[in-house]
Design a binder for this molecule. Sequence first.
Ligand SMILES: CC(C)(COP(=O)(O)OP(=O)(O)OC[C@H]1O[C@@H](n2cnc3c(N)ncnc32)[C@H](O)[C@@H]1OP(=O)(O)O)[C@@H](O)C(=O)NCCC(=O)NCCS
Length: 194
Amino acid sequence: MVDLADIAALSWPRRTERLLLRPISKDDFEALWQIRRLESVGRWMGATSQEFDAFAEFIGNDERMGKTLVIERDGVLIGDLMLAPEDPWAQVEVIDQAKGTQAEIGWCIDPAVEGNGYATEAVRELVRICFEELGFRRLVALCFAANEPSWRLMERLGMRREAHTVKESLHRSGEWMDGLSYALLAEEWVPARP
Ligand SMILES: CC(C)(COP(=O)(O)OP(=O)(O)OC[C@H]1O[C@@H](n2cnc3c(N)ncnc32)[C@H](O)[C@@H]1OP(=O)(O)O)[C@@H](O)C(=O)NCCC(=O)NCCS
């Protein structure tokens, strides 16, 4: 069973070819809010706020911070990742065996640096950590069907589209929107060549 303490206990930070990944700290809130408050970002996120204090309250609890990694390029915060361990559905006799065996992953990149493969690079490393170091058996990712950059990223990472739900999720615009869910099993994951 993997939990937030296991994520915190990993060795941080991690470096990829161009990026650095590390757990969020309170000092990152302002820089992350400057990205999350942008309309083109906030419209797809579960929560957004034009008020810094409200954003800091949303993200500044142990559970949310424990699921959040920031992405830096040359010492500048350019986005964040979510890594949320969860319990898959299981029959009651085996419920303990299923606990903490999968995780939902999520992402956000500053639109100013979109289109450079930074999200792909960061999430690829996150997926590697999930399977090789934390031992999750399955990763899932969810998005509104209209969020094409997000599901294209899932497909670049080799995730499989498993569900297209119809008018199932309520957007803050008032529209009931279609949703997509993608997944990847540990045995399906193909590590990127160095
Ligand atoms: C979803 C999101 C992270 C995708 O960002 P992105 O910039 O498209 O993704 P990447 O950083 O991986 O970049 C991929 C693009 O860079 C290009 N690229 C350039 N150099 C590259 C490289 N070295 N490696 C990979 N791709 C590269 C790719 O061709 C691709 O462009 P394309 O989509 O036109 O084909 C971003 O749109 C975002 O943060 N959106 C707002 C928040 C959000 O929606 N979060 C998800 C909620 S479910």
